[in-house]
Design a protein around this ligand. Structure first.
Ligand SMILES: [Zn+2]
Length: 230
């Protein structure tokens, strides 16, 4: 075996996976190859390194079809032929994998939401455009921990509403074959707050009666403000 450069910890981890983890789960992986993947959940999460979908949901290989981007945003559906990675993943998840749930998962201390208020370096032209997907969630106030938390949650609701503009999503939701779930993961508490349209806000999972409901119509906040993805 070649001597390993000490600093290449990634290579060490690849070897550990192969020698330690894989032998214990080999059958599962081979089943997933021979039978194909049949994940029931499309998990659309922020790219933040502190958000670990498999840990949060206790999922195993094959359980989650994951798409992640900065902010956990859903681009508007416009039917165009651009290189829309997130849109393509949604189409694939709904039309080909026939997932039964879509989870949109944002989180506390989200750098994307903060950046939507504070801006990014001029050179980041794609990021500047991307962050506009949160603009309708922004509040006309100075940023504070409370304002950021509320904006993170509003942004999640906004993405759920945008999902309903995807024809294949709306069709499956209306047919009762697909449900939408908005999650706000509070990193420091280790708890997900789920959006419950009927209760009118985000409820800690420890108190919630379900893992999220919609919204499937424009959502009206407590103060009467309507969050609209239009
Ligand atoms: Zn984030």
């Amino acid at each position: 075996m070649k001597t390993l450069p000490e600093q290449d910890d990634l290579l060490l981890r690849l070897r550990d996976f192969h020698s330690d983890y894989f032998p214990l789960h080999q059958q599962r992986f081979q089943d997933l190859v021979s039978q194909g993947q049949h994940p029931k959940t499309l998990f659309l999460g922020c790219s933040d390194s502190r958000l670990v979908p498999y840990l949060l949901t206790g999922a195993d290989p094959g359980d989650l079809f994951i798409v992640r981007n900065v902010g956990a945003f859903v681009p508007p559906y416009d039917g165009s032929h651009g290189l829309h990675g997130t849109t393509a993943a949604i189409e694939f998840g709904v039309l080909s994998l026939r997932v039964e749930r879509i989870v949109v998962c944002g989180h506390s201390h989200c750098g994307a939401i903060r950046a939507a208020y504070e801006g990014v370096p001029d050179e980041a032209v794609a990021l500047t455009a991307w962050l506009k997907l949160a603009s309708e969630a922004l509040l006309p106030v100075r940023t504070s921990p409370e304002a950021l938390r509320r904006t993170e949650q509003r942004a999640i609701v906004l993405q759920l509403e945008r999902l309903m503009d995807y024809p294949m999503v709306r069709r499956e939701v209306e047919a009762g074959r697909l449900s939408l779930h908005g999650w706000h993961y509070v990193i420091e508490d280790g708890e997900v707050h789920v959006f419950d349209a009927r209760q009118g806000g985000f409820v800690p999972a420890s108190l919630a009666s379900n893992s999220g409901t919609g919204p499937y119509q424009p959502y009206v906040e407590h103060d009467g403000q309507i969050i609209s993805a239009a």
